[in-house]
Write a protein that binds this ligand. Structure first.
Ligand code: 13P
Ligand code: SF4
Length: 304
């Protein structure tokens, strides 16, 4: 009898499909993915998949929606439709429109972790890998930035523009779990380790760490570093990804319990079924997808 991994491989060939997965996916999904990456790398990959008929997206809703925005004629399926990023839903369309009315001269940059209905009103998007570069690419002196307040603060400290967070307290519940005390404890425990965190962590945690990087940035930094030990301040399965890509480094989690629950909803069985049934499909109203494409393309262009 074929293993589930063999079934997935066969179905992928039969359907001319590709499996894209985020760095936070569990080990078994990382192992069957054709492409693994951070949000920016996944957007870039999604803009280049002309030769495939079906895309299975193992990540959260906003990532799969972005793949759909870039490929409106392709079928994009997500193994579990419930895989939502709560932060992306913290900035509803109406709230953004209200903020735009209050700040008519401000440019609008939305984190790619936002719903498509809000994205359609943005000048551009960003990820944690390109937020500073994208902010500098806009001519505006004032920037409405949402939904992640912590990424906004990270950008504010690196650009000569006024960042206006919208909403006031948009955040990721996983990265909010990290505290300065966790950093201090790990420094004592592993004095030779480089401590890295994600810009979704709060400012105090970012300031206490040695490096603040996107998940893709973490991977590149560790690959190029002579250091042997690293403390990783982001979702727990980032360590799985680093371990498989760069063996031989000692990696310690800043917090064992940093788990993005919705990222873990995808299973091998659901991937197989998504391939077999070509469902559940990720779609958006055509007008929303078309309007959001402008902001997605602006980001891709600005991050070159
Ligand atoms: P990256 O773009 O760094 O992979 O981050 C995405 C994300 O959702 C972090 O929580
Ligand atoms: Fe969203 Fe946080 Fe999960 Fe990233 S880790 S997908 S920001 S809930």
């Amino acid at each position: 009898m074929a293993t589930i991994q063999e079934e997935i491989k066969e179905l992928k060939e039969e359907k001319n499909a590709i499996i894209l997965a985020h760095n936070y996916q569990p080990k078994e999904i990382q192992e069957i993915a054709d492409f693994l990456g951070d949000s920016l790398e996944l957007c870039i990959k999604a803009s280049e998949i002309d030769d495939k008929d079906l895309v299975v997206f193992c990540g959260v809703d906003f990532m799969a929606e972005t793949a759909h925005i870039l490929n409106p004629d392709k079928k994009i399926v997500i193994p579990d439709l419930e895989a939502e990023c709560p932060m992306a839903h913290m900035l509803p369309e109406e709230e953004l429109l209200k903020a735009k009315e209050e700040h008519p001269d401000a440019g609008v940059i939305l984190y790619v972790n936002s719903i498509a209905e809000a994205k359609q009103h943005a000048d551009t998007l960003c990820t944690s890998a390109n937020a500073v570069k994208v902010t500098e690419s806009l001519p505006h002196d004032e920037i409405l930035f949402g939904p992640d307040k912590n990424l906004g603060t990270h950008v504010q400290e690196r650009v000569d523009k006024k960042i206006i967070p919208t909403p006031k307290d948009g955040h990721c519940y996983v990265h909010r779990l990290f505290h300065v005390e966790d950093v201090e404890l790990k420094r004592e425990e592993y004095p030779n380790a480089v401590i890295i965190c994600h810009p979704e962590c709060n400012k105090e945690v970012q300031d206490a760490c040695d490096e603040v990087l996107s998940t893709g940035g973490m991977l590149r930094f560790i690959a190029e570093s002579d250091a042997e030990e690293f403390v990783i301040g982001t979702e727990i399965d980032m360590i799985t990804r680093i371990n498989s890509e760069i063996p031989g480094k000692k990696l310690y989690p800043l917090l064992e319990g940093a788990i993005c629950k919705t990222m873990k909803l995808h299973t091998l069985e659901k991937v197989r079924d998504a391939l077999k049934n070509e469902a559940p499909e990720v779609t958006l109203p055509e007008e929303v997808a078309q309007k959001s494409l402008k902001a997605v393309n602006h980001m891709l262009e600005a991050s070159k």
